[in-house]
Design a protein around this ligand. Structure first.
Ligand code: MG
Length: 255
């Protein structure tokens, strides 16, 4: 079902958006060579407890998950593309880590992700991250009244293809509201002019993710982490966005 939010409800969602943005800003600063993924999860958990927010992940148990997620943060390192389950691993020089975080505040959810390199970066990794951020910006720019969902998908896909990436469309953007995942699905590639017409009050996460090599993934034995089939590295960028009469509004914008 597609939910439309009133302007007042979108205002209410800003608290969740700001909280998620602030947590990601803290985690980005904390991610460094030698830092354990479990420490990053603990930092996020502490911020949740202090603020009275609720984690969207800790009890999350969809049909594709082997067990409840049990952590509050996704930490996807190097060949892990999405849904990386935090585990006992210390970040090494040159690692690429995506941090994906969703929480609810006052009953409204926000969902956002970013990717950084810790320590010495490889040029190809920086280029992949920049392309992912550019694809997110292009997708957000297409989230305007009069466009359709396919215009967002096409805008993301065009940036990825121009950079030479093949694109996996198994996972993509999704409606966000009282729960973390709703309709519509927003694929990271597609044809313009297709799909749901965009109307004021639609709120969704737009989340391109690209891999340097293959477009195929597999599930790690941990039951959650999705890894590239060929071991190539991945990047992910995500914002929760509201479609409004005044254009797209990024609810999870970082200061
Ligand atoms: Mg997310």
């Amino acid at each position: 079902m597609i939910e439309l939010k009133t302007p007042a409800e979108i205002e209410q969602m800003r608290a969740a958006g700001t909280f998620v943005a602030d947590v990601l800003t803290e985690l980005k600063a904390a991610a460094a060579v030698g830092v354990n993924l479990l420490t990053l999860d603990s930092i996020a958990h502490g911020l949740i407890r202090r603020s009275g927010a609720e984690s969207c992940y800790i009890d999350y148990h969809p049909s594709f998950g082997a067990m409840p997620f049990g952590k509050v943060l996704c930490t996807s390192v190097n060949d892990a593309a999405l849904h990386g389950l935090p585990h006992d691993y210390r970040l090494a020089d040159g690692d690429v880590i995506s941090l994906d975080f969703a929480a609810s505040v006052d009953g409204w959810v926000a969902d956002s992700a970013l990717t950084v390199v810790v320590g010495t970066a490889r040029d190809e990794d920086l280029r992949m991250i920049e392309t992912t951020e550019n694809a997110l910006a292009a997708g957000i720019a297409a989230a305007t009244i009069g466009n359709r969902i396919g215009d967002i998908s096409a805008a993301i896909g065009a940036v990825g293809h121009a950079a030479g990436f093949s694109i996996n469309t198994d996972f993509g953007g999704h409606g966000v509201g009282r729960t973390m995942h709703g309709d519509p699905h927003i694929a990271n590639d597609g044809r313009p002019g297709r799909g749901l017409p965009l109307r004021a009050g639609l709120v969704f996460a737009i989340e391109p993710w690209f891999m340097l090599g293959t477009d195929r993934i597999f599930t790690d034995p941990d039951g959650w982490t999705l890894r590239s089939l060929d071991g190539s590295r991945a990047a992910h960028a995500e914002h929760t966005v509201a479609v409004t009469e005044d254009g797209p509004v990024i609810l999870t914008a970082r200061g």
